[in-house]
Design a protein around this ligand. Structure first.
Ligand code: KIV
Length: 262
């Protein structure tokens, strides 16, 4: 087995120009498959509110739900760094609340880092968590927990604000930053300006790494698929075909056959 991926591994990958690969996961079987395939980072995203729970946003996801899924994923990974995503209202109310909740991810799940959304406005949280020894990944640009404030899931184009947010989270002590839904040229400028690795999703090819939501890239999601997603396989279609074949064989009497019987 290769050594566990740490914040130092990721810093070295940026320095050496080696691209970082990341995916979301929410359960043990998929986490194990991604880890064994060589993915560097697994984010247990609060996107689970949409892709697992079927909601239209991430706002309703609770700390207990995040801790449950993160514990399952961390338990299944040997090499990948596991990052727990801090849900809406787990870090916005106060710095004290933010550190306490971030600490729960490390103490109760086996994750080695947390992620939170926001730039300059959450730097006091990032500083306090980093001082407590908690590695923090920031997330700027299209931040889904601010969907109502942004007026929908919209690409963010304010270059000055994005650059300021990126530098602010780096200065506050974040070890990495997710850039979501921003034009490629801005993501490239931010990536060049930072010492810490940028992980892009809908932010072009110049980021230090890329992340995709597993249900999008594996073809499990059947609804709207954003432009930035590439579907690498169509597991949804495969599953549908498998279930249809099972129904037909049970109804036709060819399953179970003698080899499936005791
Ligand atoms: O919740 C999530 O899955 C995320 C990724 C899309 C970066 O924040």
């Amino acid at each position: 087995m290769n050594a566990k991926v740490t914040t130092s591994t990721l810093a070295k990958m940026k320095k050496d120009g080696v691209k970082i690969t990341a995916m979301t996961a929410y359960d043990a079987p998929f986490a194990r498959i991604f880890d064994e395939s060589g993915i560097d980072m697994i984010l247990v995203g609060d996107s689970l509110g949409m892709v697992i729970q079927g909601g239209t946003s991430t706002l309703h996801v609770t700390m207990e739900e995040m801790l449950y899924h993160t514990r399952i994923v961390a338990g299944a990974c040997k090499r990948a760094m596991v990052v727990g995503d801090m849900p809406f209202m787990s870090y916005q109310i106060s710095v004290e609340d933010a550190v306490r909740n971030a600490g729960r991810f490390l103490k109760e799940t086996g994750a080695s880092a947390v992620k939170l959304e926001g730039g300059a406005s959450v730097c006091d949280r990032i500083k306090a968590m980093a001082s407590a020894g908690i590695p923090v990944q920031a997330h700027i640009g299209l931040t889904p927990q601010s969907v109502h404030q942004m007026g929908g899931f919209k690409v963010q184009r304010d270059e000055e604000r994005l650059m300021n947010d990126a530098k602010a989270v780096e200065d506050a002590g974040a070890f990495s930053v997710v850039l979501e839904g921003i034009p490629s040229n801005i993501a490239e400028a931010v990536t060049r300006a930072l010492r810490i690795p940028t992980i892009g999703i809908g932010a072009g090819a110049a980021c230090d790494g890329q992340i995709l939501v597993m249900h999008d890239m594996l073809g499990i999601n059947q609804g709207h698929i954003p432009k930035f997603v590439k579907k690498y396989v169509n597991l949804g279609e495969e599953a549908r075909n498998g279930v249809k074949a099972f129904i037909a064989e049970v109804q036709g009497g060819s399953f179970p056959a003698s080899e499936h019987c005791y």
